[in-house]
Design a protein around this ligand. Structure first.
Ligand code: GTP
Ligand code: MG
Length: 553
């Protein structure tokens, strides 16, 4: 069970202004907000990391005066911003204007002495604030709940929305990561970096995945990447003379073993010395070795990996796609929520579709619109300049990093149409013979017999949905067809239902749909037709395959 994370907002903070600016505008015609120059992923990551290094996490007493609290901390230097949240207790995130203030605060902080246990001294930026004498302080902190809405509340909000477009934008607004939540994610990475730095002083712990790719939902896990490139590439600068120096190091037989060894010690370190790190599991035999743990104070379930630069690059690519057009995120959130509601996705790994695969499917679908809403990865590659050139482990990961150089789409389709068409498109997709490929933005013949084949955009010989079973894919197809049908019915129209009846997006999130029987009948008929068609197609493609094979021999 994850602790409940409630953020207590400070009215009028920079954070709120930022959040207001981030609201998706329902009235945007193409969804392409071209007014503000948009930050590169690396710029955004560096800024946030630097902010996090000036920030401390403080466990506070139950009742506290915000004014006195800030006055006390200001002794160490001016505070840039702060917020409170609840997660089995009251916590504050305080960002100083200068990094030195953190050192000053730490210098005035002591290691607790305990009666029964012994504290392991560790000078971290996760502190506890105690009251010297037990005078009861007045709590003046305004509480504002930042949890995503409950299912019940979500249905209510969706039913009162004006249109399906409005429903999707509302869903996005309610579920997306808030400014404070994002800050807490970067701070958590920064605190873990302090621990890992005990072994690797030049390491960087970077968040990746949905925490940073613009598709994160409140409550999603925190994927972290232990970046040791600084250590690896240290002293590449030229020195004069005919000599060069190298570190004496231990050697291991493979990159994988090196990764396992590094994660193993970091895992031990987190377990023994990491304040607030609990339930540390070392999952070193996985395809991508990782250390999983809970960071109690932030409430985040964390996955720490290393040697995973391609995943960071995938996050950057998704960041670009998510930022290019506001319809992308709204549609992805809607589809992810739909998939979760029907148990097509799960927090447990298994034979089901992942959020990552679903996002790729939405991107692919948006590349297939006419005119396309999103550019293909190959076209992003042609826009790249010398600075964007990037080869990771022999894979070409080059694409344009500057968002402002990508031409906006002229497509003005509504979210409502896109949602319907998404279900229609994938409800009838020839999964038996075609693969999804966002690099080229068109279907290709499947290179193997995996039920669902989504080409890994960077390691192009891999399938990111290799785990998906035929029955899970069938469930997805059935539900997509069913939802397309529900959205086509007149009674899902906002105007034809009374206020508290699920319609539009709300109707397709329900496990059972109205008039399901008549749909099932129609579907059965269609399925029969489709089965015949699929059989003919597979015979045809087998014949073509055999024909090519014979010719090539
Ligand atoms: P959530 O479900 O919200 O956590 O989405 P997520 O995008 O963070 O997914 P997840 O935590 O499962 O994985 C984190 C990141 O790892 C993803 O964003 C991808 O960049 C990468 N990733 C996940 N699964 C795969 C996969 O099967 N293949 C590859 N190449 N990368 C993956
Ligand atoms: Mg994740």
């Amino acid at each position: 069970q994850r602790p409940i994370l409630r953020l207590l907002s400070c009215p009028g903070t920079v954070a709120e202004d930022l959040r207001r600016d981030e609201q998706p505008s329902g009235s945007v015609e193409t969804g392409f907000e071209d007014k503000i120059p948009r930050k590169r992923f690396s710029e955004m990551q560096n800024e946030r990391r630097e902010q996090a290094q000036r920030t401390v996490l403080i466990r506070c007493p139950e009742k506290i005066s915000e004014k006195k609290f800030l006055k006390y901390l200001s002794q160490h230097g001016p505070i840039n911003n702060h917020f409170f949240y609840e997660s089995f207790g009251l916590y504050a995130v305080v960002e100083f204007c200068r990094k030195e203030s953190v050192g000053s605060l730490q210098n005035g902080t002591r290691t607790p002495s305990m009666a029964m246990e012994t504290a392991i001294p560790f000078r971290s930026r996760f502190l506890s604030l105690k009251l010297k004498n037990q005078t009861s302080e007045q709590s003046c902190i305004q509480s504002s709940d930042q949890l995503p809405p409950s299912n019940r509340k979500l249905f209510e909000i969706l039913c009162y929305a004006e249109s399906i477009d409005d429903q999707l934008n509302t869903l996005l607004k309610e579920f997306q990561l808030t400014e404070e939540n994002t800050k807490l994610r970067y701070l958590t990475c920064s605190l873990i970096e302090d621990i890992a730095a005990a072994y690797f002083p030049d390491c960087v712990v970077r968040p990746f995945g949905s925490s940073v790719n613009t598709f994160g939902k409140l409550g999603c896990d925190l994927d972290m990447f232990l970046d040791l490139d600084e250590t690896r590439n240290l002293s590449t600068h030229k020195t004069s003379g005919n000599f060069l120096t190298e570190f004496q190091v231990k050697n291991v037989p493979s990159e994988r073993i090196a990764t396992q060894k590094i994660l193993s010690v970091i895992g031990e370190c987190l377990d023994h010395f990491g304040p607030g790190c609990v339930g540390v599991q070392k999952i070193l035999n996985a395809r991508c070795p990782l250390v999983r743990f809970s960071h109690q104070a932030s409430g985040f379930q964390c996955d720490l990996t290393t040697n995973n630069r391609i995943a960071l690059t995938s996050s950057e690519l998704l960041y670009i796609y998510g930022t290019l057009d506001s319809r992308v995120r709204a549609l992805v959130f809607g589809i992810r929520c739909w998939a979760r509601a029907h148990s097509l996705t799960s927090s447990i790994p298994g034979a089901w579709i992942t959020n990552f695969s679903l996002t790729m499917m939405v991107i692919f679908f948006l590349q297939r619109r006419s005119p396309p809403i999103l550019p293909t990865l190959d076209s992003l590659k042609t826009l790249a300049d010398a600075e964007d050139k990037c080869i990771i482990e022999g894979n070409n990961c080059t694409f344009v990093r500057d968002l402002n150089r990508i031409k906006p789409s002229g497509n003005t389709e509504t979210l409502e149409l896109l949602l319907k068409e998404f279900f229609e498109y994938f409800g009838n997709f020839a999964f038996n013979k075609n693969s999804i490929n966002i690099r080229q933005g068109r279907e290709q013949n499947k290179p193997d017999s995996s039920p669902l084949y989504i080409q890994n955009p960077f390691e192009t010989s891999l399938n990111i949905s290799k785990n998906v079973s035929q029955s899970q894919l069938q469930k997805f197809v059935d539900l997509a067809q069913e939802s397309a049908w529900v959205l086509q019915q007149k009674d899902t129209d906002r105007l034809s239902v009374s206020n508290n009846q699920p319609w539009g997006l709300a109707a397709i999130l329900l496990p059972t749909v109205p008039n399901r029987r008549s749909f099932t009948k129609k579907k059965r008929k269609r399925s029969a037709n489709e089965s015949v068609r699929n059989l003919l197609e597979s015979l045809k493609s087998n014949r073509t395959a055999n024909f090519t094979e014979t010719n090539e021999k």
